[in-house]
Ligand binder design. Structure first.
Ligand SMILES: [Zn+2]
Length: 458
């Protein structure tokens, strides 16, 4: 972060019979917390991968940000209208409130409006200065709180230095972009939007106003009751999730899994924001210096949501690493040991799973230890704790761990005791049960079948 950004919130929870409402009021006094803490972890991780691949900044052929900003400022002063306190006092006050709350100076940025009915806004930044342009349609139809969400979102891009990656510049530079690189860039772009939405939420002050702004941006509709908006977004999110899960089971879906889009789907933005809002409010209620555990866990769940849409960027590489293979072996072992001992059949099965993984990997020491301590309850508890730590360190993605659970259930299924073991691991790793398949019958799988279940390209 280039400078210290601070914001203080007071949060109040109001329980109502239908849903938990979270409201937040911004204030620029009292204790401050760092906006950097709110950044979506996936955005940080993917951006560092982009920098490793393309250098930093990763802007391809585009001229320096300073030159770009100056070029654009000339265009804006010529063709758009600059918003001043005299011209639109309410809008200006809302803009100034966002800047103040985020620790940004009014001197560093400009606000412009251009004639366009489409609900949209954008920002250009050089890391120090920035200009935000808002379309007139949005300014006419959005409430001031919804407008603060939009401005906060754009300021989120400024604060998180998202200008250091330019998809446009990189695609111009690399006319034959490698598919994997392209998917990484689009994946990062969508993750960056989730980060920006969280700053938008802070500035809007309530999740209702933030969601209503997202609804208007997606639908172009104005004047719909806020309670209807939330219910319809919730329903559409569930429908989208079910559709994706069904489609993923279909072999024809393989060609469709790479979704090329710079912004996350509206219902996913909604869901990511809604689940984040309670945690965000509680973070700002109890300031602390480190990113708190609930937000880390939450970020993993949201990353899994995004992965479900675009598996390509999910880095299916965990099974190639020694730690990832170890983790998979332990998932299978834990389930296989549920009966209290490791039979010759189960032993052969664990060895076959390991042999199906890419590269050299010898699980023998793990197997010998498991064989010796099969009846020791603490040994199995230890496995769960180890798996949890590995998962928190992102050794396997949620999708990979879910595939491991499906595999273990197919190999050991049949008896309830094995299925319970699968559920125990899922609960410890916070993996939704609808992300893996539970098999009721145990069966031997060929190497090709194991590879298919694990999603490894052999
Ligand atoms: Zn954005």
């Amino acid at each position: 972060m280039p400078r210290a950004q601070s914001i203080a919130l007071t949060a109040a929870y109001q329980q109502n019979p239908n849903h938990k409402r979270v409201s937040m009021q911004m204030s620029d006094k009292s204790e401050a917390a760092d906006v950097a803490m709110l950044r979506f972890a996936y955005d940080e991780r993917l951006s560092s991968q982009v920098f490793q691949r393309f250098g930093k900044p990763a802007t391809g052929v585009l001229p320096g940000h300073n030159a770009l900003l100056n070029m654009r400022r000339k265009h804006l002063l010529g063709d758009a209208i600059r918003i001043t306190p005299e011209l639109l006092p309410d809008v200006w006050r809302a803009f100034a409130q966002c800047l103040r709350s985020l620790g940004l100076s009014a001197q560093s940025g400009g606000l412009y409006v251009q004639q366009c009915s489409e609900y949209n806004a954008n920002v250009m930044s050089d890391g120090e200065n920035f200009d935000i342009v808002v379309n007139s349609g949005l300014l006419n139809d959005f409430s001031l709180a919804e407008f603060r969400f939009v401005v906060g979102h754009e300021l989120g891009h400024v604060l998180y230095d998202h200008h250091e990656i330019s998809l446009q510049g990189l695609f111009q530079q690399h006319s034959m972009m490698d598919e994997r690189d392209a998917l990484l860039l689009f994946g990062w772009s969508r993750a960056a939007e989730i980060s920006a939405d969280r700053v938008g939420l802070l500035c809007a002050g309530s999740v209702e106003d933030a969601v209503s702004a997202i609804f208007k941006l997606s639908s172009g509709l104005n004047g719909i009751d806020k309670s209807l908006i939330r219910a319809s977004m919730q329903q559409q999110f569930e429908d989208l999730k079910n559709h994706i899960h069904q489609w993923q089971k279909n072999p024809e879906s393989r060609d469709d899994r790479h979704d090329i889009r710079t912004h996350p789907m509206g219902p996913i933005r909604f869901r990511a924001l809604e689940v984040a809002s309670a945690h965000i409010a509680s973070i700002f209620n109890s300031p602390m210096s480190n990113k708190p555990a609930p937000l880390i866990a939450l970020d993993q769940r949201i990353a899994a949501l995004l992965d479900a849409i675009d598996e390509g960027v999910a880095e299916h590489r965990g099974f190639e690493t020694a730690a990832g293979k170890d983790m998979l072996t332990k998932i299978v072992l834990y389930v296989a040991l549920a009966g209290g001992y490791l039979s010759q059949d189960m032993l052969a099965m664990v060895r076959q799973v390991c042999a199906s993984l890419p590269g050299e990997y010898s699980p023998e020491s793990v197997i010998v230890e498991a064989n010796n301590k099969a009846l020791d309850r603490h040994f199995r508890e230890g496995i769960v704790a180890e798996l949890k730590a590995c998962f928190e360190n992102e050794i396997l993605t949620t999708d990979e761990a879910a595939r491991g659970l499906s595999l273990a259930s197919m190999l050991c299924g049949g008896e309830a005791i094995y299925l319970i073991a699968v559920h125990e691991i899922a609960r410890a790793l916070e993996i939704d049960t609808d992300r893996f398949t539970l098999s009721q019958t145990a069966r031997r799988l060929s190497r090709a079948e194991i590879v298919r279940v694990l999603g490894i390209s052999s």
